[in-house]
Structure formats: C-alpha cells, structure tokens
Design a protein around this ligand. Structure first.
Ligand code: SAH
Length: 342
C-alpha cells in the first residue's frame, strides 16, 4: 500500500488493478488520508482558503439528469440576482474576510456575455485584491476570452465524468462530452486557473470510470478539483438512485491530492450535506478550500441542485465564526487570502 502511494506521489503510473485496490480494495483508508494530508501540508501547511459562493441564477437551459435546476424540472423555483444584489453579497463577504468570490449559476441566457463581463469588471475594480471565479457552464471560447479580459481569474467547470459512455448516461443527447472537454481546454489555454471535477457515486458509475477520472486529472493538470458525492434530487430522473458514499468520496479526494500535490481542492458542500463532519473529514483527507454560501438568504433554498443541500449553518457566510472553529478543531486554520495555487 505505502509503495503504491509513494509511486503515485512520485508521478508514476498505476495499473488498473492497483487503482482498483486503492479505490475499493481492502487497503488502509486512514493511511491513505494521512499520506494525502502530509502532501497538502508540504505545500499549504495548515492554511484553509475560503471562497464566497454567490449563486447568481437558478434558470438553466441545460437538462443534466442529476441536477435539481435542470430545464425539465417544472417544480423548481427560479430566480436571478441583479448586479446590485451580487455586489451587495460581495461587499458583505469582503467585510467577513473573503478574498475570492465565486459566481456560479445555471446556464441562464438572460445573463449575456456583456452583462457578466461588466459585473466582473466592476468587482475587480472595487476589490483589486480579490480573485473572481466564474462557474457559469459551457460557453463559446469568445465568451471565456471576454470574461478573462474583464478580469476573471478562475473558472470552475467540472468534467463530471471522464468516461464518454458514462457522460452520455448523465446528460441528454444535446450536451456532449466532447464540448465539455473542449471548454475545459479552452479555459486553460486562455489563461484561467481552471477547475475540473466530478461526482462520486453518480448513477451508473463504475470503478473504471473513477480510474478514468484520475487519469484525466493527471493528464489535464487542473489548478482546482471539485469532488462531491452524488445526492439525488426528488424532481429528477435520478430521484431513486442511491447517494454517493462518504468513504469513497474521501478516498477520491485523497487520491487527487496525491496526484496533484498543489491543487486547490474544496471540501464541498455536498460532502458536508451527507455527514455532519463531512467537510472536516474532507480537509483531513487532502482538501484545502471551503466555499461558504454568500447568496442572499431569501434565494438560497431555490438553488437546489440536490435534496437537503446544507445552506444555513457553517456552509453559510454568516456561520463563518463557527466554521473557523471547526476548521481549527480539525487541525487547520482559515486565512484571509486570495488562495491561489502554489
Ligand atoms: N452550470 C454550472 C454550475 C453547475 S452546479 C456548470 O455547468 O458548471 C455545480 C456542480 O454541482 C455541478 O458541476 C455538479 O457536479 C454538481 N451537482 C449537480 N447536481 C448534483 C447532485 N444531484 N448531487 C451532487 N452534485 C451535483
């Protein structure tokens, strides 16, 4: 086991059998998490970076089968925030110590390329010491270029699964694996700090798919990797599918840390949703980022990607003091910092 971990950390390739042993075999999970934690401490010490997440719209033209705000969900309540509302969220966040703002949303055509660019420009002008991260889905290369020129620093676009046949089981025919991957390549070429990522335990996922995810990460070398358990949403075709497991998610976080020692890896809200200590466990398995919710309380419930999404306690910006405490209890410390990749 230790020799596999050392080979991984040294950039060596593992066989399918060896990956399988680490992902689902009878290996020592605690040892795996501890080794990942050692690697994270080598580059980031005990620092935990916080990102203020603003969920700017719950309108979406896409129809991802797993997602609660998919177009076909007629029961979803929809909202979109105005620029003024978003700026007010960031102002509150700045006061709390956030130095990265993440603007995430469904693919809402109402938010034009120019609208987003103006918003990014205004935020960067007001907060030159902050990073702006966008997470607004798949766009033409030109849009990404305009947003980058407007000052956006980072872009999150999870690849969702690195296996094409699996991707096709999670998305309708119009949403192609090829386009998702092309968007990721464009983002990186344009100069964004680029984030990929995937769900653990999404419907039809096999261990081979997770191996493909790890090999993709090694090849693509994203700056950020978001990993969370799949959690069913009652108004989607996957409502009756089981949620992803805590242990498997922590395992994938740890393996990702070993593969990408300098990556920014969030302990995700989804991880915090399936277990009360999920986020702390994520940090202890190699994660080094948390993304509390800065959205206005009045709309938070409507950005419902999956059931029971945690959004009022330590997941929320107003719970920051409590979050700092539990991060400290886990052995780390929240810092006021842009938190760029080393
Ligand atoms: N529209 C943007 C933002 C998507 S929401 C985009 O396309 O990138 C952010 C992430 O939430 C998705 O990438 C997906 O991995 C995750 N997500 C969506 N539904 C989920 C579910 N049911 N369970 C767990 N994670 C989910």
């Amino acid at each position: 086991m230790k020799d596999l971990i050392d080979r991984l950390a040294a950039g060596g390739e593992l066989s399918d059998e060896e990956w399988r042993f680490l992902i689902e075999g009878s290996c020592d999970r605690q040892l795996l998490f501890d080794e990942a934690d050692k690697v994270r401490r080598r580059y980031y010490g005990t620092e935990v970076y916080i990102r203020g997440l603003v969920e700017i719209s719950s309108f979406c033209k896409n129809d991802c089968l797993y997602c609660g705000i998919r177009r076909s969900n007629g029961s979803a309540e929809r909202y979109r925030l105005s620029k003024e509302e978003i700026c007010a969220c960031c102002e509150q966040g700045y006061g709390l110590g956030f130095r990265t703002f993440v603007l995430q949303g469904g693919e809402d055509s109402f938010h034009t390329t120019e609208w987003v660019a103006d918003l990014v420009f205004a935020l960067k002008e007001k907060y030159p010491d902050c990073a702006v991260t966008l997470s607004l889905g798949e766009k033409p290369r030109r849009d990404y270029e305009i947003w980058h020129q407007a000052g956006a620093d980072r872009y999150l676009l999870r690849h969702e699964t690195a296996s094409r046949p699996h991707y096709e089981k999670l998305h309708p025919p119009g949403q192609t694996f090829q386009n998702r991957m092309e968007c990721l390549r464009n983002l990186r070429e344009i100069g964004f700090q680029t984030g990929a990522g995937f769900m653990v335990g999404s419907p039809f996922q096999q261990t081979d798919d997770l191996i493909a995810d790890l090999r993709f990460l090694r090849e693509f070398q994203p700056h950020m990797v978001g990993i969370g358990p799949f959690i069913p949403h009652h108004d989607t075709p996957f409502s009756a599918k089981p949620q992803g497991s805590l242990e498997r998610t922590l395992t994938m976080v740890a393996l990702t840390r070993l593969l990408l020692p300098k990556a920014l890896i969030p302990a995700t809200t989804a991880l915090g949703t399936i277990h009360p200590k999920g986020r702390e466990m994520g940090l202890q398995a190699g994660a080094n980022v948390v993304m509390p919710n800065l959205s206005p309380v009045s709309v938070r419930g409507q950005y419902s990607l999956y059931d029971n999404k945690a959004c009022t306690g330590q997941e929320a910006a107003e719970g920051l003091e409590a979050l700092k405490k539990s991060v400290a209890q886990a052995g780390y410390r929240v810092v006021v910092d842009r938190g760029d990749a080393r």
